[in-house]
Design a protein around this ligand. Sequence first.
Ligand SMILES: [Zn+2]
Length: 263
Amino acid sequence: MVQVSIILLLISSLFDIDVQKSTVPDVPPSYPFFDTTNVTSAYIMGKFDPASHPDFRLIPKKYADQKGRFIRKDVFEAYKKMYHAAKKDGVHLIIISATRNFDAQKKIWEDKWTGKRLLEGGIHAQRDIPDPKKRALKILEYSSMPGTSRHHWGTDIDLNALNNEYFEKGEGMKVITWLLKNSASYGFCMTYTKFDPQRTTGYQPEKWHWSFTPVSAPLTHWAKRNIKDTMITGFEGSETATEIKVVQNYISGIHPSCLPSPN
Ligand SMILES: [Zn+2]
């Protein structure tokens, strides 16, 4: 009998954990899940030009920090609703990055890899971190390997500032407080939350990076099933992808609220 009670106690404590988890809204209302029937690995790996892709559009200047940024059309429709609701509450959202294809990500990655662009803290990757795996892991704190970025998909955006401190006071604090309270109603989630038992791998926390889950969640599942580490090639340092297990540790290293169940 004692054993039975212990088991029941264990089950109820597990249940408590589940109840806590379910306070994260599960399914954004009124947004059907994206049908992945026609998804290809070329799309998921960013090997296309958003300027000529029929599902993408330019972001009008008033929503972004500069001209020439692209986003999925369906994501933009949802984003506009969130933008205007935020504006009504006195919060100004600005898209500071959106779709980046393989070539754009390759440029960022290789600039960091070769030291042309210094890493956070002034680190020159090539000179200071000669070991390829260690160098890749350092760059992976904030930048994706080409072929594995959620920015390829047109579902993910960076908002207001690429700087966690910005969101800790003043205007930035107002922005993040509003987003944490309201973004789920528009289908958006904060992707790279702090590390905890719910998110144990992946990029460092990024308070600026948001995903549109009705499209990005099915794409995440698709990527986990179909993209293999051996497919991650075509840039300097790509030989480390398999050892690092980028698909498992980075594509999947997101907060569970970004993987709601289909409605
Ligand atoms: Zn981002």
